[in-house]
Design a binder for this molecule. Structure first.
Ligand code: ZN
Length: 124
């Protein structure tokens, strides 16, 4: 174990080879069991849906795919097992999707109404 900053909780201290502190490593192990169990019962489920159903972060699931811990043999959708090596790209695009669907980030401010129409004056 080396000293570093935990990837999951940002705590500085001893971290495992995954870059997380022992407490988070424990949480991850628990999450992994949950996900693996979900795949066992629902083979071929898309990772995004598994993330939704189990509450385990999609990035974590994709990390396991990239590490080869989740494979088609363990119930992962074959297409996703095949793109495991491209998980980094996938994560980036998923991050974008999530960012776009966040209501707190408006894409553009509503255009100001022009004073020429005078619509609300007329409705008085
Ligand atoms: Zn941690």
């Amino acid at each position: 174990m080396t000293l570093g900053k935990c990837k999951d909780c940002d705590k500085v201290g001893p971290v495992t080879s995954h870059g997380v502190c022992p407490a988070c490593e424990e949480t991850r192990a628990e999450s992994f069991r949950t996900v693996k169990d979900y795949f066992r019962r629902n083979a071929g489920t898309p990772a995004a849906k598994v993330s939704e159903e189990t509450g385990v972060g999609i990035e974590l699931i994709l990390e396991w795919v990239a590490e080869g811990r989740l494979t088609a043999a363990s119930g992962l959708a074959p297409a996703e097992a095949a793109v495991g090596h491209a998980a980094q790209e996938r994560m980036a695009s998923l991050r974008q999707q999530f960012a776009q669907s966040t209501p707190s980030a408006p894409a553009s401010a509503p255009a100001p109404t022009t004073s020429h129409t005078g619509m609300h004056r007329r409705s008085f």
